[in-house]
Write a protein that binds this ligand. Structure first.
Ligand code: FAD
Length: 416
């Protein structure tokens, strides 16, 4: 097959690799708008701090030539002509395909007045991150404001603090990483951030990014102005779908995909941050923009493009924070529980979220042992009420579940 992959992020390069592997006689063209070899965004902070390249260029800088993938950098896809099966580049070049993988990932989403002002930086891609860190390295930045207290804003704040910048994170919600952590678990993250020298201003509404001709600060809803050498938008991400307009590929927030990761157009699949796939726990369509989902979806999408009939189990909601110095893991959702069980002692915190006698979410901080057991209970939707508060206490694990299962078996045997 003549396959084209749009994007060489974790999803795109994994799809290209799979296509190459499963179809050695076919051709694979992989396109990226960025000028870099395929890279892993979660490794960017470490790369800028330590200079290490291997985790960043996780497939090797030479992955294209080594695997026989025609990996093309600095090319932007402007449209897909699905009638003629051609990818149209911004410079009007047309690349024909027999099978197409859309793995264009996500970009900064900053619905905020002044966010398009010159000088507003972000840490979403290696290109923008390189520009941002370049300013720091050139000594142009003593103070920085990060608008947004999600995962990317928090990761960047730690990096900037480590690079000696006086950095302040500003968040609308009153706790950090509100989409991932509950307010109690986030206190552990907040303590770690403050200890690392990050300033937090939470529960504050930013009205606009201000400055002429380029950004010099922000205006808060109460009229206060905050100034800094650098203003960073970390307000969220949005799937890169603009170039799909007019292609017939159905999109919502992201590209709608079926269980096999096929789009609404035959011969076109999607994977990674761009794909709006079913959530593994709730079954609802959602964009879970995390690395493990991207690399789990890509091989399935690629194999199905070649005619396989694989089913994707659904996107996981599991986040772990690597650079905080304190282990924290969040699994599933914190939305709409019937009951929350908590255990907390000496900086170790565990919480499980229950609905209809099953687990819908878990949060662990300080000691993340047992996360796998919780995930497994959630995936199997096993009833957990029988464990009572023990479920959330340290030491709860496979042994409890196994003993319990054995107990049930003995009981049913005696009844028989
Ligand atoms: C700073 C940071 C830290 C993160 N930390 C974590 C973490 O700790 N754990 C975790 O699970 N996830 C983390 N993530 C999220 C994770 O990086 C993403 O989920 C993952 O990169 C998604 O991979 P992807 O291939 O779908 O998209 P992307 O990585 O966004 O790659 C998209 C690709 O498409 C290309 N592209 C886009 N539009 C076009 C176009 N029009 N034409 C040509 N090429 C195009 C881009 O150049 C790029 O190659 C982090 C992200 C960032 C930014």
């Amino acid at each position: 097959m003549r396959a084209v992959v749009i994007g060489t992020g974790p999803a795109g390069i994994t799809a290209a690799e799979t296509l190459r592997h499963l179809d050695p006689s076919g051709s694979v063209v992989a396109l990226s708008v960025e000028p870099f070899p395929p890279y892993s965004p979660p490794a960017m902070a470490d790369h800028f701090l330590t200079g290490r390249e291997a985790p960043l260029y996780w497939k090797g800088r030479d992955v294209g030539p080594r695997l026989g993938i025609d990996e093309r950098r600095g090319v932007r896809v402007g449209a897909i002509d699905t009638d003629n099966c051609e990818v149209v580049l911004d410079d009007a070049e047309r690349i024909p395909y027999e099978g197409l993988v859309v793995a264009s990932g996500s970009r900064l989403h900053a619905p905020l007045e002044g966010a398009d002002r010159p000088g507003v930086l972000d840490f979403k891609s290696l290109r923008t991150a390189t520009e941002l860190i370049g300013r720091v390295r050139r000594g142009e930045v003593t103070t920085a404001l990060i608008v947004g207290n999600g995962l990317i804003g928090i990761e960047l704040s730690l990096l900037l603090a480590d690079l000696g910048v006086d950095v302040t994170v500003i968040g609308r919600r009153t706790w950090v990483m509100p989409r991932v952590l509950d307010p109690v678990t986030s206190t552990v993250a907040e303590a770690a951030l403050v200890a690392r020298g990050v300033n937090l201003r939470l529960g504050v509404q930013v009205d606009a990014i201000i400055g002429e001709p380029s950004a010099t600060g922000i205006r808060l809803a109460d009229g206060t102005h905050l100034d800094a050498d650098m203003v960073v938008a970390a307000t969220g991400v949005k799937p890169h779908t603009e170039f799909l307009d007019g292609s017939g590929i159905v999109t919502g927030w992201g590209v709608h995909v079926d269980q096999g990761l096929g789009t609404s157009v035959h011969g076109i699949v999607a994977a990674g941050d761009v794909a709006e796939a079913a959530d593994r726990f709730t079954g609802k369509r959602f964009v879970h923009a995390i690395f493990p989902n991207a690399v789990a979806q890509a091989p399935i999408a690629a194999a199905n493009l070649l005619g396989a009939d694989l089913r994707y189990d659904g996107a996981d909601t599991m986040n772990s924070l690597k650079h905080l110095g304190v282990p924290i893991v969040s699994i599933g959702t914190i939305d709409g529980p019937d009951e929350i069980l908590r255990w907390q002692e000496n900086g170790v915190l565990r919480a499980v979220y229950l609905r209809d006698d099953t687990m819908i979410g878990a949060q662990l901080a300080g000691d993340i042992r047992g996360a796998g057991v919780y995930r497994s209970l959630m995936l199997r939707r096993l009833p957990v009420g029988r464990y009572g508060h023990r479920l959330v206490e340290p030491g709860f694990g496979l042994a409890d579940i196994t003993l319990d299962a054995l107990g049930h078996r003995q009981h049913s045997l005696s009844v028989v």
